[in-house]
Design a protein around this ligand. Structure first.
Ligand code: AMP
Ligand code: MG
Length: 418
């Protein structure tokens, strides 16, 4: 008799997975290697930014009060007493009627409190005139205006991107404390599987899930160990899963989690004594997605169907891997879009449709990316998002507002809210 499985909601499945995530620890690495890592400690301003008052323009540093009464009919002259290039410091302060020629980024000389932009002057040799009144502080980039010493600027658990790296560099953080990356194992199961380079043979298909998952990990900057392909054999399958688990922090298998005669993953979990968190999720595709835990390691049993496999990874595995690094925004960003074409299939379960979104003159439109069954591979290739249609709905027509999850975003969001 076929085993009856009780489906749980996607949000509940996500919650269960995240509840069983163990943070992998931290390490210190050089700044140049931090792109894509998760910060293990917050960034606090080690000093004011900028750390001195400076000129935001090429121009002249003056005393604002010396421009009193200036107008088009009453141009006020200044004498240029020297030049300050970026990286240099003025030899002395300025006095009444004096100015320094100053370059962008150079420190404001003593007594000066305004910058006249080159475009605001009529220049002569060693002198210029202004025809407007300048206020104190005009065109000055003030010490600490960007960040005040001691301020908390970025929280721990944030994804390190080029901007984060600029900030770390600003404070001289050459060595950065980041989360350790988990090592992830990938095993593709199925007697029908061929290597990518193999010729097709009767009844066989090429393994597309293995390379796809590898790339989903690469997109996250996560390294993996590939355990190749495994024919549907319980003993052999148990052996390789056990070996893979010993060598990795998290294991992804594809295929073999359904209730067919050769779906051996449930039996493997049982043999190994792994606790199955769920083996049916109220979603399409990927309702057979199974997650188990053994010790502090998660085992993701993704469906062999390519669209289901892809979706299962993005919904469950990706946030878990980010969670293992202490990421505070592990979930895919959401947006609303107008559905680009009718979608009339009923939704007994929440449906995730591979789709392509873009901004048009009609606003943001998400168009389903073609053949959209769980076994589809072409729509994954075309999609850049997943449209989410809640369960219990049917008859979506073009133009209706729908939610979508964005694929491939570096920075996610902190809450799963679907
Ligand atoms: P399963 O989850 O093992 O029941 O497989 C479901 C469907 O996905 C079957 O049609 C399999 O042939 C197919 N499939 C399983 N593994 C892969 C794979 N690695 N690459 C592409 N298709 C696969
Ligand atoms: Mg199979």
């Amino acid at each position: 008799m076929v085993e009856m499985r009780k489906p749980i909601q996607v949000s509940e499945a996500v919650r269960l997975v995240m509840e069983h995530v163990h943070v992998a620890g931290t390490e210190t690495i050089s700044l140049e290697h931090t792109y894509g890592r998760i910060l293990a400690e917050p960034i606090n301003a080690k000093h004011d930014v900028p750390s001195f008052d400076r000129s935001p323009y090429d121009g002249f540093a003056i005393r604002a009060r010396d421009t009193a009464g200036a107008s088009g009919d009453n141009r006020i002259p200044f004498i240029v007493i020297g030049e300050i290039g970026a990286g240099h410091v003025a030899e002395r302060g300025i006095e009444e009627g004096e100015a320094y020629r100053i370059m962008t980024g150079a420190p404001i000389p003593e007594n000066a409190d305004a910058i006249v932009m080159l475009e605001q002057t009529t220049e002569g040799k060693d002198r210029f005139t202004v025809r407007k009144v300048f206020s104190q502080g005009e065109n000055i980039s003030f010490r600490g205006e960007d960040a005040k010493e001691g301020a908390r600027l970025i929280e721990a658990g944030v994804f390190i991107h080029p901007g984060t790296i600029a900030l770390l560099a600003t404070f001289g953080t050459a060595e950065v404390n980041v989360a350790k990356r988990p090592v992830v194992g990938i095993l593709s199961t199925g007697t029908e599987l061929l290597e990518v380079s193999d010729e097709l043979a009767p009844g066989k298909i090429r393994n597309s899930n293995g390379p796809m998952i590898a790339a989903q990990l690469t997109r996250m900057g996560i390294g993996y160990k590939s355990y190749g392909m495994q024919v549907d054999d319980l003993d052999a399958c148990t052996e390789i899963v056990e070996k893979a688990l010993a060598e990795t922090d998290l294991l992804i298998t594809t295929g073999g989690v359904s209730v067919g005669d050769y779906d051996y993953l449930p039996a493997v979990y049982e043999r190994l004594g792994a606790q199955v968190l769920f083996n049916k999720v109220a979603m399409r595709p990927g309702s057979v997605t199974t997650v188990a835990v053994l010790g502090n390691k998660l085992l993701f049993g993704l469906s062999g169907n390519p669209s289901a496999c892809f979706t299962g990874f993005e919904l469950f595995t990706r946030p878990a891997i980010l969670g293992m690094q202490g990421a505070i925004t592990p979930y895919m960003p959401r947006m609303q879009a107008k559905l680009g074409e009718d979608f009339t299939k009923p939704n007994p379960f929440t449906r995730f449709i591979r789709a392509f979104w873009e901004m048009t003159s009609d606003g943001i439109i998400a168009v389903p990316a073609g053949f959209n069954k769980s076994n589809a591979v072409s729509s994954i290739a075309r999609g850049n998002c997943l449209i989410v249609l809640p369960s219990g709905t049917r008859g979506y027509t073009a133009g209706m507002n729908v939610d979508m999850l964005l694929l491939g975003a570096e920075q996610g969001v902190g809450e799963w809210a679907l």
